[in-house]
Design a binder for this molecule. Structure first.
Ligand SMILES: [Zn+2]
Length: 460
C-alpha cells in the first residue's frame, strides 16, 4: 500500500512567509496533506537546501522547442514576427503526433529541471499534413498529454480554436490547414479529453482561442459559452495584442483595439489569461488589471520576436496580476523570464528596481511570488503554495550555489533571479514525485534518445 511521504525542509517559503524546520506531508496521490513546524523526524526525507513552490509555465507551444535557434539568420531587409512565422509554418509541416510527443517530453524534462512544475500547452497543431483531421481528432493532444505524463509535469492542455487568417473572417492560408476547426469541433475535442482524463489530477483541460485574428465573434461566443456550460471554472487563454500590425489591423476592421474589443464582447474574468498583452493603452491596462484576468507574459520570446515591452509598472499599479511562459522556448528558464521582465523596464526607464511595492522592496520576491500566484490561477490548478490541499510541487535550491551563499530570506529570491548563470535547482518534486534528483531527471536518457531520433529523422 502506498503511504504518505514526509519531507523535512530546513528552510522553506510558506504562504505566511519564510519558515525554518518545516515538515511537509504528501499523500500517495501527490497532494500536501499536512505542513508543520518541528524538528526533523527519522523517517523524513531531508531536502537539503531552500525549498520554494514550483513555478507554472503558462504558455507553451511545445513543438517550437525543436526549432529554437533555427531562425536567427536574416532573410531579407527587415525580419519580423511575420517572417519568423513563415519559417515556423515550414518547420511544422512534417511533424507527426508521435514527433510532437517526443519533442514535448524532452521540453518538459527541461522545464522541470528549470523549476517549472506545471505547464499550459496552447495546442493548435491538430491535423494531418494535408489538413485532414486524424480519425481521432484529438490524437495529437493525447500525445502531448502523454509527454507530460512521461516527464511528470502537470499539464493544463488548451486545444486551440483557429479558423481564419485575419480579422473579418479571412480564409485560412494553405500553411494554416493543420490548425483549422470550428467551435463545435473544438468543444468536441475538449469534451473527449475532459472525459478521458477526468480522474487524472495531473491533467486539466481548458480552451484556447488563437487570437482575434483567427476566430469570429460568433465562434468566440459559441466556444466560450459551451466551455462555461460544461466546465464553468476551466481556463480560457487567448493571444492578444502581441504585434503593432495586429493592433492596426484590428483598428481598421472594428475601430477598436484588440483588448478593448475583447472586453466589449466577452465577460473576461479571473478564468481568462491574455497572452502577450504587449500593446495596451492606459484604458486597456485598467480594464485588464481590474478584470482579475491574468496577463500571460513571455519575455524571452517577446524579445526574440521583436514584439515590444509590456507596461508592467502601470499594470501592477492598477492591481493587475501576471504569469510567465516560455512560449516558443527560445529559452526554458523561469529565472531568465523573470529577470528579463524586470530588465526590460530598467532599460526603458533608465531606473533600477522597477517592480517594487512599499510593503515588498525585494524585486526578486515580488516577481517570483506574483508569477506563482498568477500562474496557478491561469492554469486552474491548486499549486504555487506549500500548503495543505495544494499539489506537492516544490523545488530545492542547491545549498552550494556560490551566488546563494550567505543570502537570507527575500535576498535569496533576489540572488536567484538576478545573480549567476548556473541552474541552482537541485531537486524538483512535482505532484509528490521526486522527478529531478541532484540535477538529474529520472528518465532523461530515454526521453532524450527518443528526441534525438525525431530530430535526426526530420531535420538532420
Ligand atoms: Zn503563443
Amino acid at each position: 500500500m502506498p503511504s504518505n511521504k514526509c519531507y523535512y525542509a530546513p528552510t522553506a517559503v510558506l504562504p505566511s512567509g519564510w519558515a525554518e524546520h518545516v515538515l511537509i506531508t504528501v499523500d500517495p496521490a501527490g497532494w500536501i496533506s499536512d505542513v508543520q513546524l518541528g524538528q526533523k523526524l527519522d523517517t523524513a526525507i531531508v531536502l537539503n537546501g531552500v525549498v520554494l513552490p514550483g513555478m507554472s509555465n503558462v504558455h507553451s507551444h511545445a513543438f517550437q522547442r525543436a526549432m529554437a535557434g533555427m531562425l536567427e539568420r536574416a532573410t531579407g531587409e527587415k525580419d519580423s514576427f511575420w517572417t519568423w512565422r513563415e519559417g515556423m509554418y515550414r518547420f511544422l509541416e512534417k511533424l507527426t503526433p508521435e514527433d510532437q510527443e517526443a519533442i514535448a517530453a524532452q521540453l518538459y524534462v527541461e522545464m522541470l529541471k528549470a523549476g517549472f512544475t506545471s505547464v499550459g500547452e496552447f495546442h493548435y497543431l491538430h491535423h494531418q499534413a494535408n489538413g485532414k483531421p486524424y480519425s481521432d481528432r484529438s490524437v495529437a493532444s493525447r500525445h502531448i498529454i502523454n509527454a507530460a505524463k512521461i516527464a511528470g509535469i502537470s499539464i493544463t492542455h488548451l486545444p486551440v480554436l483557429y479558423a481564419f487568417s485575419g480579422f473579418g473572417d479571412k480564409p485560412p492560408l494553405a500553411t494554416q490547414k493543420r490548425f483549422i476547426n470550428n467551435a463545435e469541433e473544438i468543444l468536441g475535442m475538449i469534451t473527449a479529453l475532459s472525459d478521458a482524463y477526468k480522474d487524472d489530477k495531473q491533467v486539466a483541460i481548458g480552451l484556447g482561442l488563437h487570437s482575434l485574428r483567427a476566430v469570429s465573434l460568433e465562434m468566440l461566443q459559441q466556444s466560450v459559452q459551451g466551455m462555461q456550460k460544461s466546465h464553468p471554472h476551466a481556463p480560457i487563454h487567448i493571444h492578444i495584442a502581441e504585434q503593432l500590425q495586429e493592433i492596426n489591423d484590428c483598428l481598421a476592421w472594428s475601430g477598436e483595439r484588440p483588448v478593448e474589443w475583447l472586453f466589449r464582447h466577452a465577460q473576461v474574468d479571473k478564468h481568462w489569461c491574455l497572452v502577450h498583452a504587449t500593446h495596451m493603452t492606459e484604458k486597456e491596462i485598467r480594464l485588464l488589471a481590474q478584470s482579475g484576468a491574468v496577463a500571460g507574459l513571455c519575455p524571452t520570446t517577446e524579445a526574440n520576436l521583436g514584439d515590444g515591452l509590456f507596461n508592467l509598472p502601470d499594470y501592477v499599479r492598477e492591481g493587475g496580476c501576471f504569469a510567465i511562459g516560455s512560449d516558443s522556448h527560445i529559452s526554458v528558464s523561469m529565472i531568465e523570464e523573470l529577470r528579463l521582465l524586470e530588465y526590460g523596464q530598467r532599460l526603458l526607464r533608465q531606473e533600477r528596481n522597477v517592480l517594487k511595492f512599499a510593503e515588498q522592496p525585494s524585486v526578486g520576491a515580488a516577481l517570483y511570488n506574483m508569477a506563482l500566484k498568477g500562474g496557478a490561477q491561469s492554469l486552474g490548478r491548486a499549486t504555487g503554495e506549500i500548503a495543505i490541499g495544494k499539489r506537492a510541487d516544490f523545488i530545492v535550491l542547491d545549498s552550494e550555489t556560490p551566488t546563494l551563499l550567505g543570502k537570507k530570506e527575500d535576498s535569496i529570491f533576489d540572488a536567484l533571479i538576478f545573480a549567476g548563470n548556473v541552474n541552482p535547482i537541485r531537486h524538483v518534486i512535482a505532484g509528490g514525485k521526486h522527478v529531478v534528483k541532484d540535477f538529474h531527471h529520472h528518465d532523461e536518457e530515454k526521453i532524450f534518445t527518443a528526441y534525438r531520433e525525431t530530430m535526426k529523422k526530420k531535420l538532420l
